[in-house]
Write a protein of this length. Structure first.
Length: 132
């Protein structure tokens, strides 16, 4: 199941991901996604600091900030990725990935963090724009 470089076979990982997608529709009757879970998490955090504001927001009336199957699915993705990385021997904490370091140098941690943050904003904006 492991590749020579210690990582999992992309074919096996893809097949298992596809199986999870099919089972999600079969058992839950819904497609799985991630962006709504991030919005719900933001709503739960905001609810902690100002519950009256969240209760008045039209979006959070439609999409309640709560823990549901999709939110737990995201927790499962995180835990599954951690287990896969540890069991494959590929887990390592790295502020600057090797590919980034080869192009920009190892001392560009703040540039890497800013780029990742902006990329995350763009990806989430696109996902929410597509109602995903």
């Amino acid at each position: 199941m492991k590749q020579d470089n210690g990582g999992w076979s992309p074919y096996l990982a893809g097949a298992l991901s596809g199986l999870v997608g099919v089972l999600s529709v079969w058992f839950a009757g819904q497609y799985f996604g991630a962006s709504t879970s991030f919005v719900r998490t933001a709503g739960m955090i905001e609810q902690f600091f100002g519950p009256e504001r969240v209760a008045r927001m039209d979006y959070f009336i439609k999409v309640a900030p709560r823990i549901d199957w999709q939110w737990m699915f995201m927790v499962g993705i995180f835990l599954g990725a951690m287990i896969a990385a540890v069991t494959s021997g590929s887990f390592k904490v790295q502020a600057v990935p090797d590919m980034w370091a080869a192009r920009f140098g190892r001392r560009s941690v703040s540039l890497r963090a800013a780029t990742a943050f902006i990329g995350g904003i763009v990806a989430m904006f696109g996902a929410r724009l597509a109602d995903g």
